[in-house]
Design a protein around this ligand. Sequence first.
Ligand code: CP
Length: 307
Amino acid sequence: MKLSTKHLLGIKDLQKEDIETILSTAKEFKEVLQRPIKKVPSLRDITIVNLFYENSTRTRISFELAEKRLSADTINFAVSGSSAAKGETLLDTVNNILSMKVDMVVMRHSASGAPHFLAKHIPAAILNAGDGINEHPTQALLDAYSMTEKFGSLKGLNVALVGDIMHSRVALSNIYLLKKMGANVTVVGPPTLIPKYIKEAFDINVEYDIKKGLQWCDVANVLRIQLERQNQPLFSSLREYNLSYGVSRKLLESLGKEITIMHPGPINRGVELDSDVADGTQSIILNQVENGVAVRMACLYLLSDKN
Ligand code: CP
């Protein structure tokens, strides 16, 4: 099984068959993760560097665990404490690391397009762990895996992406993936957080009324308000945002149907999602995190020379 691409830079570049291959391979690796010995030799003698130029909890730990479960050798690079802090360029840093015979690079960067730039200049396979406001492909894949696990198929599923669509790489990767797999997509949020071109560009629905958006969907993937990416205020206060667009227990109970709640994390509790919803029975947020390891094992394995 081979993917049609050498790198995993974004869902935009993947074929439907690539996504199906990743999800079916992840299913096999999830079975491995249920065993008493959760380790396979699939990537023995492969060396992977995890380059994180931006903060991360879930993605960084999940990739590192996936690499260890596959028996790869791993190196972790964080920008603080490295020579990048002294002004070394991204390309110099990576070329120095590659000269130590590294096979694959996992990279998170605050600049959109940083992994695409590297892919043009280095021979190693690159996996994008989130680039600026562009894409977060493994998050969309683990979201897809989690929805498929619960609903059997993405085809015809009604998925609402709720909140800060404008600044969300998770939203863009999910839109690409869900459209390729035949799901119906509605973005829900305030007009200031939804790009004006999005409806025509992606052939999706836009809904500014959160109750209507939630009544329409089977699954609501609630996105983090990304204050660090907003150069100017796009709503008057977090309290007002919570009152207008926060997903609360009261709102869910008013829908007259049960929907599934997802969130990529980290959660702003009491802003986009109330704690009793995040931790409630309709939430599959921790299943998403669990599935992330198997999905990243699949991506690493399928992009490696060992496959
Ligand atoms: N979902 C996600 O990307 O979380 P982290 O920023 O903690 O990796």
